[in-house]
Design a protein around this ligand. Structure first.
Ligand SMILES: [Cu+2]
Length: 137
């Protein structure tokens, strides 16, 4: 009886791990992102609320790109413009061919935050992503 319970437990844990991996990776205080025209790779990140996050961005594209995190509940409308600047939570700019490493403190509120590239025309070209902030245990 005890053995079968252990097997069941192992099965549940395995399923949980597989589900977590399948849905785009685990919670991490590290963000590694590659910029190209016009996308973030990967385009979805899961970070713990309130923790120090280290982001390393490599721009493999031909033009400057930005990693802009919008505030919770704020999304860019039709285009990224001056009116969106006040809704930015944090941002970093990476020149073509460069790799930039910086840290920031994750938002304290769990939720889904929009990531966009703030370079003119890139949002419209589809350069968007998702930052999932989860409660830190
Ligand atoms: Cu861009």
């Amino acid at each position: 009886m005890k053995k079968s319970r252990f097997v069941f437990f192992t099965l549940i844990v395995t399923m949980f791990v597989l589900t977590a991996c399948g849905s785009g990776g685990a919670v991490s205080t590290t963000i590694n992102v590659v910029f190209t025209e016009f996308s973030f790779t990967p385009a979805k990140f899961i970070i713990p609320a309130g923790q120090e996050i280290t982001i390393t961005g490599t721009n493999e594209g031909a033009v400057v790109h930005e990693f802009v995190i919008m505030k919770l509940g704020q999304t860019v409308g039709d285009n990224f413009g001056d009116e969106d600047e006040v809704n930015i939570f944090w941002e970093v700019e990476v020149d073509s061919g460069a790799t930039v490493s910086q840290t920031f403190i994750a938002p304290t509120e769990p939720g889904e935050y929009q990531i966009v590239c703030g370079t003119a025309g890139h949002f419209i070209a589809g350069m968007v992503g998702k930052l999932i902030v989860v409660a830190d245990e």
